[in-house]
Design a protein around this ligand. Sequence first.
Ligand SMILES: Cc1ncc(COP(=O)(O)O)c(C=O)c1O
Length: 358
Amino acid sequence: MPDTTLRYFKQQLPGLAGGYKLDVPDCAVKLNQNENPWDWPQALKQEVFERVREVPWNRYPPFVPQEFVAKVARHLNAAPEQVLVGNGSNELLYAIFVSTLERGRKVVIPQPTFTVYKLLADLLGAEVVTDGLDDNLQYDAAALEKASQDASVVVLATPNNPTGSVIDPTDLEHLVFNSPALWVIDEAYFEFHGETALELTQTARNLVVLRTFSKALATAGLRFGAMVAHPEAAPVFAAAKLPYNLNVFTMAAVEVAMENAVSMKSRVEEVKRERERVARHLREYKGIKVFPSRANFLLFETSRDPRELWKAMVSRGVLVRDVSGYPRLGKALRVSIGRPEENDAFLKALEYAMTVVP
Ligand SMILES: Cc1ncc(COP(=O)(O)O)c(C=O)c1O
């Protein structure tokens, strides 16, 4: 480390500085963060404003927002003592990792996956094992079982970001009950897939399920996520959570979202239909390989330079995610499913990009 005044940092930190960067040029069609392309209806936003107006802003929120947690638990079909709430599921992931990882411990993070997992594990000095996805980027239960034997934690996103792959529920149940590790199952895209490991948390003490309101529930800007664990494990994880982590605004908005869950989630089927339509079109292009996806995005590989394709699409006002820097994805891009007209704009921009990038 050149500057001796920075010696207070942990050894692994300087190498990690700037580890999570996102290139976000201003584009009319934004398909790079797997967001819900439809904002909240104005009437529901208004309802949130009205509720927040009634709450004192000078006072702390409740130390443990019990009533709110009970409503979230009901929404998720879990018992309140199993649920912890956070400022996005990322915050809960942080609490889980801080509770379980340190130098000398192993964490299995099958690659490629959501960047934040490895970033946090590296910050904590844990050893990262990347096995678990086969040559087609599908979960490999035997490889996971083997890797998990001497690991403290295994983290699986299902559907996985950015591959769209999912773990078979029978495989997962077998793995959880035959491994000493903590299994963190990130179900950020649950609504687009429909299968959940949540019921297992009632019996398995080594399982945590993460959910977010950032995707199907269109609440990424307000930051809300929840985790569900066995009633004996949840209070232990709570020790690593900051007090008052949820602000009154987020809580009011999440209550309104849960009360209107049916209409808030009404676009999920449309997104799934659009995902299959976009995939069909992509498969018609020569030189493009599309991976099957159970989420609200598609991963595709091209024979062209992905960075150049990305730039050409940006020049046409369409922003997708360049994931070619991820492990094993040197030729890949990821596109979030947007509104039908945005998806059409993406397909057109890609067609153009394929004509200008050799
Ligand atoms: C797998 C996965 N988990 C979690 C998140 C982020 O969730 P949150 O907005 O709740 O922090 C994302 C966002 O892209 C994701 O892809």
